[in-house]
Ligand binder design. Structure first.
Ligand code: SAM
Length: 283
């Protein structure tokens, strides 16, 4: 809870360490510790849990995670200017915060934390989407994480929870709903951040499923959905040409109309298609 936080206010931390926000790193900081504690609580009961935080910045959310009882937090931050502020947090919570000055796309968290790991992050949106797809499509299941609690631009959050047939429905919805239960758990206005971004934000909480909803190879499903929604206005026989060999026949094999568009197909249909492509590739 913010009241238990032993450290100075974040405005003071930012001034003391000269942490002016950099656009190139997607830096929009949360300075209200009541808000960061609330986001930390969306990850579930953190008592005794290991947490991966990506992009801690000056550490508002990190402080929330530690105050909420995380056993250990691994915080990966690309901007070395943030390290002294994060060291101060580490000193206030001895042995519970490990900071890595690195690009999160390059780090294997399992070398530092004990599974099951909860992931919590307020990331630049481009990195966030790339990490989300990676975390949802490892070759083997279950992955290292048990839940993901991630801040996104509101429109991206809506794409993650979207249903077939809606405008927001696409690859993110399919991959997220294939292997997790995603829900929007919080909305944040631009003014919650310093500097205020142009967009509204939302926190999405994804609880991992023990088994994917339908069997399919992750790499094949990822490839097919990328091609299908990369040209979502086209009929599937055109958008999947080059990705699915003998596309019209293969689509018919699994009961999909080759003239249908990607947004009309549900998860079950995409998984059936991925399984058929796998079968054919195995001869
Ligand atoms: N978590 C802090 C907060 O809520 O106030 C900072 C959020 S800010 C939107 C995103 C943070 O991610 C920045 O501190 C930025 O330097 C860091 N960052 C950007 N790209 C990164 C990457 N590839 N790996 C690790 N950190 C990254």
């Amino acid at each position: 809870m913010a009241a238990d936080d032993p450290l100075p206010p974040l405005r003071q931390v930012i001034a003391a360490h000269g942490l002016s926000a950099r656009k190139s790193l997607g830096q929009n900081f949360l300075l209200d510790l009541n808000l960061t504690a609330k986001i930390a609580r969306q990850a579930g009961d953190l008592a005794g849990s290991d947490v991966l935080e990506v992009g801690p910045g000056p550490g508002g959310l990190t402080r929330g995670l530690l105050a909420e009882g995380a056993r250990k937090v691994l915080a990966i931050e690309k901007d070395s200017r943030c390290l002294p502020a994060l060291e101060e947090i580490s000193a206030a919570y001895p042995g519970r915060l490990e900071v890595l000055n690195a690009d999160a796309l390059e780090i294997d968290p399992t070398a530092h934390l004990t599974a099951p790991i909860r992931v919590v992050a307020n990331l630049p949106y481009n990195v966030g989407t790339e990490l989300l797809v990676r975390w949802l499509t490892p070759r083997d299941w279950p992955p290292f994480w048990s839940s993901l609690t991630l801040m996104f631009q509101k429109e991206v959050a809506e794409r993650i929870v979207a249903r077939p047939g809606s405008k927001a429905y696409g690859r993110l919805a399919l991959l997220a709903q294939w292997r997790a239960d995603p829900a929007i758990v919080m909305h944040l206005p631009p003014q919650a951040f310093i500097p205020a971004p142009k967009v509204h934000s939302a926190v999405v909480h994804l609880t991992r499923l023990d088994a994917p909803r339908y069997p399919a190879d992750a790499a094949i499903l990822s490839r097919i959905t990328k091609a299908a929604f990369g040209q979502r206005r086209k009929m599937l026989r055109a958008s999947l040409k080059g990705t699915v060999p003998d596309v019209e026949n293969v689509l018919r094999d699994v009961g999909i109309d080759p003239t249908a568009r990607a947004e009309t197909l549900d998860l079950e249909a995409f998984c059936a298609l991925a399984r058929r492509v796998e079968e054919l590739s195995q001869g």
